[in-house]
Design a protein around this ligand. Structure first.
Ligand SMILES: Cc1cc2nc3c(=O)[nH]c(=O)nc-3n(C[C@H](O)[C@H](O)[C@H](O)COP(=O)(O)OP(=O)(O)OC[C@H]3O[C@@H](n4cnc5c(N)ncnc54)[C@H](O)[C@@H]3O)c2cc1C
Length: 407
């Protein structure tokens, strides 16, 4: 008797999991149950080309409907899985039905962190996680209108860049001392602040939001620097929280993410999990991590598919990420936390292209490359191989990146 695999969440990881399961010859039924109305789609364009109106839904879906029909994938959309009955291998659905499974994959992702501030319920205040959020924001974009972005992380800065390109007057309010503080070195933050200022975006760091004011719709953002910043729209981007409640209620191990082993297995051998919702032990960094990236969603989903098909393929991929702002493509390889030295390659003060290499004990652990794909690619190799490098050569932009190895 062939088995049924149910995937919860029509997510990025689900898109990969489906393909990998069929590629590996999963013979049974595959059903995806997702609470959104769409086939699995890519979220990165949501704050970039999709928000800019340059890409449509058709452009961002991971696979078109005929692919799924051909691969015999069933979708149950607009449906939420409310509970997992592990003893009876049954799912309770929001439409009142139940669904049996043999194997289960949780790819439930994360949701936006909400702020609890006075006036947050006013019209014109948005978060940005899914297609519907972006459609609502798009309906409010207008040349010369004021946008205030709360949060100077990737999502906030990408949204700022996109709205600015649409002709809006944009202010970014960041509570910490510098933008992208949690993930990059001061030199990289300074660079991004400079470019945003050159593009006409006002960046305010070290400023907290006290609340939102307006009559029905938001009109201004009151801050702890004593100012009220005018706003026709506000977009809040202050991080995400993993969707762990379903797993937790079912008794699976959860610790800031659904805990999985190197095979993407949860504490129940018949349930795997992948993507933003998971926490795993990373071999390269010898640390427990919950990653929020396409790389992790895709690579972990491939591992999960192998596990479901009876193969043991450990997850040991190097984390990487990217962010597009204006003409800048930032590519990040590795994790910089714990670095003790930064080497800058290129002119970050006067140009729009450079790379920051993060070292610990003389070994490269991460790289942030802005419009420097060669440094990004080489950085990945150097990190993976823990290669010793000549620091002077690395800092010398005239020296080809391939020549920085120590013999
Ligand atoms: C605006 C934006 C820009 C980004 N830009 C980048 C970028 O440039 N580079 C990069 O690497 N990453 C980027 N990311 C992050 C990346 O998109 C995520 O890491 C990735 O989408 C995570 O995929 P996932 O499979 O874990 O889950 P998600 O894509 O979050 O999907 C989870 C799905 O599960 C559904 N779900 C949850 N609970 C249930 C339930 N109980 N029943 C049914 N369905 C459920 C949710 O509704 C959702 O549809 C960006 C994210 C956003 C929001």
């Amino acid at each position: 008797m062939s088995q049924t695999c149910i995937i919860v969440g029509a997510s990025h990881a689900a898109g990969q999991l489906i393909s990998s399961l069929r590629q590996k010859g999963w013979p049974g039924r595959i059903m995806v149950i997702g609470e959104e109305s769409y086939l699995p789609y890519q979220r990165p364009p949501l704050s970039k080309a999709f928000l800019a109106g340059e890409k449509s839904l058709q452009d961002i879906i991971i696979r078109p409907a005929p692919f799924y029909e051909k691969s015999e994938i069933e979708f149950m959309l607009d449906t939420r899985v409310e509970a997992i009955d592990r003893d009876n291998k049954l799912l309770k659905l929001s439409n009142g039905a139940t669904q049996a499974y043999d194997k289960l994959a949780l790819t439930v992702g994360a949701r936006v962190r909400k702020v609890d501030l006075p006036g947050v319920e006013l019209e014109g205040i948005f978060y940005l996680r899914d297609i519907n959020d972006v459609e609502r924001i798009k309906a409010n974009i207008g040349v010369g209108k004021q946008a205030v972005i709360v949060g100077g992380g990737y999502i906030g800065l990408e949204t700022a860049a996109t709205l600015r390109k649409q002709g809006m007057a944009v202010t970014v309010i960041e509570m910490l001392e510098r933008v992208m503080q949690r993930v990059t070195a001061p030199q990289v933050s300074e660079f991004f602040s400079r470019v945003h200022s050159e593009e006409g975006v006002k960046i305010l760091c070290g400023v907290g939001v006290d609340g939102f004011e307006g009559n029905g719709s938001v009109e201004s953002v009151a801050c702890n620097d004593g100012n009220k910043y005018p706003a026709d729209i506000v977009v809040i981007g202050v991080g995400i929280v993993p969707n762990v409640e379903l797993a937790e209620a079912a008794g699976l191990d959860v610790d800031n993410g659904i805990v999985v082993d190197e095979y993407a297995r949860t504490s129940d051998a018949d349930i795997v999990a992948a993507g933003d919702c998971t926490r795993h032990h990373n071999v390269l960094y010898d640390r427990w991590l919950r990653l929020e990236s396409v790389q992790n969603a895709s690579d972990q989903a491939m591992v999960a598919a192998a596990t479901l098909c009876g193969e043991e393929k450990p997850y040991n991929a190097l984390p990487w990420f990217w962010s597009d702002q204006y003409d800048l493509r930032l590519q990040i390889a590795g994790l910089s936390q714990g670095y003790d030295e930064v080497i800058i390659r290129g002119d970050r003060e006067n140009s729009r292209s450079f790379a920051a290499f993060y070292l610990k004990d003389g070994i490269i652990i991460a790289v942030d490359a802005v419009n420097r794909p060669s440094e990004f690619m080489m950085g990945k190799r150097l990190i993976n191989n823990k290669t010793l490098i000549d620091k002077e050569k690395l800092a010398d932009i005239q020296m080809p990146i391939k020549d920085v190895f120590l013999a």
